[in-house]
Design a protein around this ligand. Sequence first.
Ligand code: PMP
Length: 709
Amino acid sequence: MDPSGRLRGFFVAGTDTDAGKTFVCARLARLLGRVAAGRLSYLKPVQTGCTPRLDGTGAGGWSAPDVDAVAALWPQAKALACFEPPCSPHLAASLAGEELACRDLARRCADAVPEGHIALVEGAGGCWVPLNSQETMLDLMLCLGLPVVLVAANRLGCLNHAMLSVEVLQARGLEVAGIILNRTRPPAEGDAGLGSQAGPADELRILEDNEASLQRFAAKAGVPLLAAVPWQADAAAPVPELEAAAARLSERLARPQPRSSWPSWPSWSVPAGGESRESMAQVLAFDRAHLWHPYTSALKPLPVREAVAARGTRICLADGTELVDGMSSWWCAVHGYGNPALKAAMARQVHEMSHVMFGGLSHRPAVALARRLLDLAPAGMRHVFFADSGSVAVEVALKMAVQYQIAAGHGSRRRFLTPLGGYHGDTQGAMSVCDPVNGMHTLFSGLLPKHYFMERPSSRFDQPFDPRSLDDARRILEARQDEIACVVLEPIVQGAGGMWFYHPRYLEGLAELCRAYGILLVLDEIATGFGRTGKLFASEWAGVVPDIMCVGKALTGGMMTGGAVLASGAVAEGIEQAGPAEGGGVLMHGPTFMANPLFCATACQSLDLLMASPWQERVRSIEAWLKAGLAPCLALPGACDVRVLGAIGVVEARRPVDMARLQDFFVSRGVWIRPFNRNVYLMPPFVSSEEDVALLCSAIRGAFEAGLC
Ligand code: PMP
């Protein structure tokens, strides 16, 4: 078989030795083999405890105990590497003067399975059984890439072994197709592991609880308990529980298999033990001397803290402090940190393909993510451009708008109109449409192109709309319609530029003006998108469909950078009309890491998690908790406004806050809040509890009460 070919089938692994893998394999081989009309091969890549079989010539090969047991029920059974000593594969091989190699074993497995056959590959013991000094059974599973069926003996400790096995398999990106819980001892014999005091009733209670608990915990990891097999007094009798398990596994076979990680799988390089960890002080000293942080001086930086772990809604610092997160790491971590499904999605993708160029190649993660985005986005969005961050998404959107106008014969439309107080990122094009003061346009004068700024949308989200707030936009559009390619703004919430929530009617009116002048509307949903304001996209508050929209942040689930630009069919068709001197219909952008598969696969999972969650209810609850928790701040002298929309809460201070001092205070109160300028604000993960939000709000109240802002 071509070594790059793929096996179909399952790898059967034990959660421990003596879990009854071979018993299960023999029956699964027969049941699945029948469904496959005989086209099933059982393989034991390494078998120890073999006895030489003499055939008269002295070269009869080996009698392999597991293979013989399976062959009694399914004749197409074979062991590949056989050793006499009944011990771990690496030890048995070295006693025989041989060395096992994972890739070699994987290749032999592939060669041993005829084309079109299902493979049932039985491991030896559990995941961390060594094959040589560097590699384990887990590496062999990764090389083969087959979904894994875990067999666990129903005895004391089985939950621990089973769930640890699930966790390690999923962490390495392997699919766990299911668990088979197996009773390996007759009830009368009792299980030594249950303790000498345990009577039959205790034993039954424990074993039944094992089954229920395993089912519950495995389900949380997305793994089904395929069967709980009772003790089989008659080894030859049919096992109905396994028939049901085989039926489910057959269904699994009908779906696509994950791809294996070989042929170019390198050995794990196990780091030499005891690599000493630098102290927190050393880490921070190097950081202070050499690292730039966002918006800080290299030589006199603001203090930073060492984060070492983040789980759920908590960020853990190197000194052991645990902080309740109020920032979602700048709008991204909507599912909290360390979500197992996101980690597993990324790990799976790492093992398949972490990156390939997008020029001339495509891949399923990109297509799957584009499909999801177009399904969720406002109707009319038809094309997706993947960018490597929010800022780059904005750059691409602005280029799209200019190319569209050039192609439409409006070559003079090369400027943008945007409200004051906006924020769109830190790259030059994006910065040129940020608020000129916050974006330091004077500092960069001569470098940044000059665009048009209109008054900030003045009507508050929660107050009556004043139609005069659109006058400035109308005036500039009327006067400069020949120069403006698009209006670009953040819908409903102006984020980093001031945390300002404006009236949906403003957006509605602006969209009408854009339409009237043939000027494109670009909505930057990078911060607001995916539920943060209480709608999936903030534009939904106004019922506005943009021509171009930018997304990022929550899309990534907080796992890694990425963004996307969505465009209407009309925008893409417009760009297409350009003559050769005007770009020839191609969009002039193509970053190296465009549509990075790790980002795409993780973002797909993030969207699936979001859409399967009661996100509206969660955001509504967070909104209520924020309102209740922050409203009292208004009575405090340092505060001049309190605003809450969806899962965003802002207390505006009268004066710019001392960020370093305030952060010390917040950390001492067990919360992670990073204020900016005059705004002390919260945008907690959607999975935050009422207690989390209450603690965040009480810390902010405390800061105002203490006169820190
Ligand atoms: N647009 C908006 C509205 C944003 O809030 C941000 C990030 N704060 C960006 C664009 C830039 O995104 P990124 O930091 O991923 O480049």
